[in-house]
Design a protein around this ligand. Structure first.
Ligand SMILES: Cc1cc2nc3c(=O)[nH]c(=O)nc-3n(C[C@H](O)[C@H](O)[C@H](O)COP(=O)(O)OP(=O)(O)OC[C@H]3O[C@@H](n4cnc5c(N)ncnc54)[C@H](O)[C@@H]3O)c2cc1C
Length: 449
């Protein structure tokens, strides 16, 4: 692999501790995926100066390849978050949805956002809110004294001070993990060879990562889908996809491979429908719900003769390996043993999903500010799906065998739990009543500084 060039830093002098004699309250978010963007927006709304540091040239991380929102329990979680005052990012995913209220195997009332347009809309929103963005900037270490982070060290050599920090660096990569626990670097959207790999900030603070496992005890999980260039599919598949948002094509018997079920991260798609059929969703590209697929085999299927992959480029052999790093944390999203480090998204649990990243991000951002101003931290009660998700996943992950669990509102165990506890609903009045009865309506809109 070629050596990466370290670029000159343009950021050296732009961050002040004081402005007009006033000490600035600074929250620094490391990692600009869905979780980091939500955390930044939430901290900004609470009144802090906020910086987002992202190693790549664009925001949204894995959010650039997904697209599915509001399917199954994600609908409930999104609406709860909006009622709490965290609506900005759901406004964007809703606005850029190519399809709404789509049903497909195992999933109801899904929206599918256009992955080609959502990132620029989020970047614009974040800038509009006065959040400082540092892209092409990779955090490589911390300056920590007595369990308190003083500053971050950047790859380019600079040091950035802050009051609270939020680790939303995700759980995917770096490249050596994809070699060790997958089929090699599949050249995914995270582009580690170009921008440098993920760095676990919590681990740099001396807090060991929790690592997810598959059924056979291998570390990590394969990401579960591939972006296909839609125009390389036959015209009739394109048309069906554009009008319905979903296409289901039965596979010939010899192509059915049930072994793929056990390696997939997305337990909500680990069902026989996804083994016996090709399921495509319209995200602007055609999203093929399989972790990888040899291209010569795919091209044997009618309508796929000219198919090409968009992401990962090497989806014929593999996909990104996730759940390689989660920080132990409490129900306020504060990382254990570091007094001013918070976390959200995949970094805060063996989570799957944009919605999961966004709802935990809003909570982490709010509590990062509460920490600075000495206010009681916010705990979302278990009478809500967000509160139950945060605390249930936290306690389950710490148990024996917890490293093999995955959590998503969209299906599998956690969605079943939502239904058992009567937490799943798409009824607007019931949801409003739920959040109001806990006196939490618009809590994220309150200025804390
Ligand atoms: C192929 C695929 C399809 C998916 N489809 C869906 C879907 O349809 N619906 C859904 O809900 N979910 C989907 N998911 C899952 C979802 O995308 C993720 O769970 C979610 O986006 C994770 O967000 P995050 O912010 O926690 O992490 P990430 O998106 O991983 O973001 C972490 C960010 O941190 C940055 N970073 C890491 N280290 C550093 C550092 N040291 N310095 C600076 N920056 C750093 C990274 O560059 C990255 O941008 C999909 C995932 C994949 C891979």
């Amino acid at each position: 692999m070629g050596q990466r060039k370290i670029q000159y830093s343009f950021y050296k002098d732009i961050f002040h501790d004081y402005e007009g004699g006033r000490k600035l309250t600074k929250v620094i978010v490391i990692g600009g995926g869905w979780a980091g963007c939500a955390a930044a927006i939430s901290a900004r709304k609470a009144g802090a100066e906020v910086i987002v540091i992202e190693r790549m040239d664009i925001l949204l991380g894995l959010g650039n390849v997904g697209g599915l929102t509001r399917n199954n329990g994600r609908y409930t979680a999104a609406e709860e978050c909006i009622l709490l005052g965290g609506k900005e990012l759901f406004d964007i995913t809703d606005r850029y949805s190519r399809h709404k209220n789509v049903d497909f195997p195992g999933h109801k009332h899904a929206s599918i956002y256009d992955v080609n347009f959502v990132e620029s809309a989020v970047t614009e929103k974040v800038k509009q809110m006065g959040i400082e963005l540092m892209t092409n900037t990779r955090v490589t270490n911390v300056v920590i004294t007595n369990n308190h982070i003083e500053a971050l060290k950047l790859e380019k050599g600079d040091i950035i001070k802050g009051d609270s920090f939020i680790d939303t660096t995700g759980s995917t990569g770096p490249v050596n993990n994809c070699y060790k626990y997958g089929n090699g670097c599949a050249m995914c959207i995270l582009r580690c060879p170009a921008y440098g790999g993920r760095v676990s900030i919590s681990e740099k603070c001396g807090v060991p990562d929790m690592i997810g496992k598959r059924k056979d005890d291998t570390f990590g999980s394969f990401s579960g889908s591939i972006k296909i260039k839609k125009e390389t599919l036959s015209k009739d598949i394109q048309e069906e996809l554009n009008s319905n948002g979903v296409v289901v094509i039965p596979l010939p018997k010899e192509e059915v491979n049930s072994r793929k079920l056990d390696i997939k991260i997305c337990r909500q798609y680990a069902t026989k429908e996804y083994v016996e059929n090709i399921v495509l969703l319209d995200t602007g590209h055609a999203k093929l719900m399989a972790p990888f697929y040899p291209i010569h085999k795919l091209r044997k299927i009618k309508g796929f003769e000219k198919v090409r992959f968009e992401d990962p480029y090497a989806a014929g052999i593999g996909n990104s390996i996730r759940h390689m790093s989660a920080a132990p944390r409490d129900d306020y999203m504060k990382v254990d043993n570091v007094d001013n480090l918070f976390t959200a998204g995949e970094k805060s649990g063996f989570y799957i999903g944009h919605t999961e990243a966004i709802v935990t991000g809003y909570l982490a951002g709010n509590n990062a500010v509460r920490h600075i101003v000495g206010r009681d931290k916010l705990r979302i009660p278990s009478s809500t799906v967000i509160g139950d998700f945060v605390s249930h996943s936290n306690s389950e992950m710490r148990k024996d065998g917890g490293d093999k669990k995955k959590f998503t509102f969209a299906g599998a165990d956690y969605f079943e739990r939502m239904m058992e506890l009567d937490l799943y609903t798409i009824n607007a009045d019931a949801l409003r009543k739920r959040i109001k009865s806990e006196d939490l309506l618009n809590i994220y809109n309150e200025k804390l500084i």
